[in-house]
Design a protein around this ligand. Sequence first.
Ligand code: AHG
Ligand code: MN
Ligand code: MN
Length: 338
Amino acid sequence: MSTSRISLTRYLIEQERIHGTLPPQLRLLLEVVARSCKSISLSVTKGALGDILGATKTENIQGEVQKKLDIIANEVLIEANEWGGHLAAMASEEMDSIHVIPNRYPQGEYLLLFDPLDGSSNIDVNVSIGTIFSVLKKPENTPAVGEADFLQPGSKQVAAGYCVYGPQTTLVLTVGNGVAMFTLDREQGSFVLTQENIQVPEDTQEFAINMSNMRHWAAPVKRYVDECLAGEEGVREKNFNMRWIASMVADVHRILTRGGVFMYPWDKREPNKPGKLRLMYEANPMSWLIEQAGGAATNGQQRILDLQPAGLHERVSVILGSKNEVARVTRYHAEAVK
Ligand code: AHG
Ligand code: MN
Ligand code: MN
């Protein structure tokens, strides 16, 4: 085995040396998140043998039935991140309100948000799933940390990433200096840098959307997809391919790897909800990764990272990926309101 392999630890230390953007507390935080992902990956791999498949009897705040693995992954992340002194509080898709670091441990200056298990409907069918995380800094001079401290736009993130549990377990990370990928070496038990400076191609011939919702879409989204489907004979004059994994992590991973556009837009099923995906622990971290890789992310009207969240579990319409395609969908939205 080559000795020149770069571990996550070494990458993080070198980031601090080169860019001066990774204080020790943040490095510890990212290492602990990575360790949690390793542990979740082990559970995922065991499947039925680890009694991790199936649902529980509980629902989360969004009214979704929690899968066993949703709960397990949430607990792994909470337990691993509680005692290190790097966090003030955590927030998760699976917890109604924030989890403040208990008094018996020192409090740090960071806030961690996560979707412990993304793509829950894929757990039992052995298809790729993941963990998404976002890190914010606790605003200064706040006496006791509260939910309001979390309500910062995505542009304020200091780190973001995801781990995809697929044929390989891959951790993808940004601390604001581009996007890096690390593959889990199971024998060594460590994440090894396998790609740096990831770039999303500006153009693509691949889109990702749940087509079964077509009849509920708004006109600009319908126009965009109709034009893709028209292929060479249509206005786009090229054929498009389609993929939908139903795990945002896996869809975004494909887009970071070979380009594409991912959409989970507002639709008429629940007109009062802006979308299905959650702003703070799904859309924000993914949007920052995509932007750091040269792509774009919007809700159709505004850059996702500029949105001011009003609540921890706020939802948002999401269109992200290859820059020129996202620009086109944005233009279709603007033209529709004229
Ligand atoms: P989660 O499992 O964390 O609730 O997220 C699932 C999300 C997202 O990952 C995926 O893109 C989307 O839901 C799939 O939704 P549909 O089943 O409606 O296609
Ligand atoms: Mn999710
Ligand atoms: Mn989830």
